[in-house]
Design a protein around this ligand. Structure first.
Ligand SMILES: [Zn+2]
Length: 236
């Protein structure tokens, strides 16, 4: 499977066509993204462009709360969403943090996660997989997609961050060192979680938002306000 860049309206986003053919509509937007509030005309435009009835955008907290969108329940805050109904999208906003889409390939269950370093260290990815299992998803039939995030080339951290990951049982492989400076590989950290959960089918777009700040909003690249959005939904 391969990522492709698609233009629609004034927007552009990366997606995996094979997943879309299997009824999993999703996208990792570039900086040419709908605004992260998605209100008014823009809301209607977004819903129309993707054939959606509704979406959920939460107040993100760098925590591990993963909510299921069901029975009319619309979670207000958290960092992960599980979707089990058709034509409703789960959306996360990012500008360096890692968006992850997790797909149950044999079951109509998908999830989307906002994984910054705090959420990653607390293993929000594991939490999402556990929750998907409650809905009958077979771990051997899960495909995980890692969207654009800041890479180990640019994500300088201090030892206090490393200590948190070490306490949580991560391997030292998730850190790179260059001239006595420490860098976190947040993609590798999440891959480690996925592997430990028995997930092998992982696609990594491997784009650094900070290196590519002509394409993406990057918080560390100086963009403190704007975010790009990422979404996943199930179609009929
Ligand atoms: Zn970079």
């Amino acid at each position: 499977m391969q990522f492709k860049l698609k233009n629609i309206n004034d927007w552009s986003y990366y997606y995996v066509p094979e997943l879309e053919q299997r009824g999993i509509k999703h996208g990792f937007f570039t900086a040419k993204s709908p605004s992260h509030t998605l209100q008014g005309d823009e809301k209607a435009e977004f819903l129309g462009a993707f054939g959606l009835n509704d979406f959920v955008i939460m107040k993100q907290e760098h925590g591990v709360d993963v909510h299921v969108i069901q029975d009319g329940h619309r979670p207000v805050s958290g960092d992960g969403l599980i979707i089990i109904s058709k034509d409703i999208a789960g959306i996360v906003k990012t500008a360096d943090c890692l968006p992850i889409v997790i797909c149950g390939m044999d079951s109509p269950v998908v999830s989307i996660i906002h994984a910054g370093w705090r959420g990653t260290a607390k293993k929000i990815t594991k939490k999402a997989i556990e929750k998907m299992s409650e809905f009958g998803v077979n771990r051997k039939r899960i495909t995980a997609i890692l969207g654009p995030s800041i890479g180990p080339c640019c994500y300088e951290v201090k030892n206090d961050v490393r200590n948190v990951f070490m306490e949580e049982g991560f391997s030292d492989d998730i850190f790179k060192r260059k001239n006595n400076t420490l860098f976190l590989d947040i993609r590798q950290a999440n891959m480690e979680i996925l592997h430990n959960e028995g997930i092998e089918d992982i696609y990594d777009i491997n784009l650094c938002t900070r290196c590519s700040r002509d394409i993406f909003n990057s918080y560390r690249g100086g963009e403190k306000e704007k975010r790009q959005i990422n979404f996943v939904s199930l179609t009929g």
